[in-house]
Design a protein around this ligand. Structure first.
Ligand SMILES: *Cc1c(COP(=O)(O)O)cnc(C)c1O
Length: 316
């Protein structure tokens, strides 16, 4: 699959932030620059999922998400590039304008279906019902489940772990701790699995933006089992000891700001000229800053920027 024409994504130091936060080495891994649409982590999952869709001679890709879903807009962009029709099942009422990701989705030529403010379980049910109708009419749909955080989708971050390890190695910077977000757990599961398979050359802290640690941990472990099943390669040692998971920075949960995460959007832009949004990436930075200031983490740290810029324009 060729969704990432520019690879690897850059990894480099944030010198102004090092000064402001008084820490020796702070790096960023620019997965907001995955090179398609507005960029972001979902491109790495889509590399695997859409390859599967093409192998299965799919006529139509169906994906679900909330109003400002980054997955929906990146799937729309990827399908445009691959010339496959794409239908987005969005669980909210149709908004009046085209803000943020909705604009990008329309520009990419996806069809948007608004199913009203229902739960994500109901959205999944609806998605499968729609897919079944297409099948009855002789059309082969490919349904992207669980926010693309499936075993197959997570393999994108297993290979990203190798990419990151190579970049760290050439920096000769010493043992580094990578901070990544935990939503449905696909990024985390991919990174943890990939890192374990190459002997854990770096440490991982997963910052939950949604669930409590126990719930997120069980999602991650489930996805890792799926990865093992798909690749036929088991992790060489216990998964649960190979990463740290924290739910301290999720505020009120998914999409609900904390005072700190709101302030971080501005702090990051005004110090580095780079943008994070409020749902995922700002909370990871809040966690990383707190580890530097209050948990006296020593050694280099790296912020995995997973993108989401499309939604920022609809968040204010
Ligand atoms: C979807 C998304 C995440 C969460 O990824 P999971 O694999 O579900 O944990 C993080 N950051 C951004 C910008 C996203 O769009």
């Amino acid at each position: 699959m060729d969704l990432m024409p520019i690879s690897p994504t850059p990894l480099y130091r944030l010198r102004h932030l090092e000064e402001l936060w008084d820490h020796d080495r702070i790096y960023i891994k620019r997965d907001d620059m995955t090179g398609l649409g507005q960029g972001g982590n979902k491109i790495r999952s889509l590399e695997y999922l859409l390859a599967d869709a093409l192998n299965k001679k799919t006529d139509l890709v169906i994906v679900g998400g909330g109003l400002q879903s980054n997955l929906c807009s990146l799937t729309a962009a990827a399908c445009a590039k691959l010339n496959i029709p794409c239908e987005l099942i969005i669980n909210c009422s149709e908004p009046s304008g085209s803000q943020g990701n909705i604009l990008l989705e329309r520009l990419c030529g996806a069809s948007l279906r608004f199913i009203g403010p229902v739960s994500f379980q109901e959205r999944n049910r609806k998605m499968n019902e729609i897919a079944a109708k297409y099948r009855d009419n002789g059309i082969k749909p490919y349904v992207i489940e669980n926010g693309a955080s499936t075993g197959l989708g997570a393999l994108g971050y297993a290979s990203a772990a190798i990419e990151i390890a190579e970049q760290i190695h050439s920096l000769r910077t010493g043992r580094l701790t990578l901070f990544c977000p935990g939503g449905n757990g696909g990024i985390a599961a991919g990174l943890i699995y990939g890192n374990l398979m190459i002997g854990c050359p770096f440490d991982i802290v997963v910052v939950s933006v949604e669930d409590d640690t126990q719930t997120l941990k069980s999602h991650i472990e489930q996805i890792i089992q799926d990865e093992e099943r798909i690749t036929g390669l088991k992790t060489p040692c216990a998964v649960s000891e190979s990463f740290v998971l924290t739910d301290e920075y999720r505020g009120g949960g998914w999409g609900i700001d904390s005072k700190e995460s709101l302030a971080m959007v501005e702090e990051f832009a005004s110090s580095e000229g780079l943008f994070v949004e409020k749902v995922y990436t700002s909370k990871v930075l809040v966690g990383m800053k707190d580890w530097i200031w209050h948990k006296s983490i020593s050694g280099p740290v790296c912020f995995l920027h997973t993108g989401g810029i499309g939604s920022l324009f609809a968040q204010y």
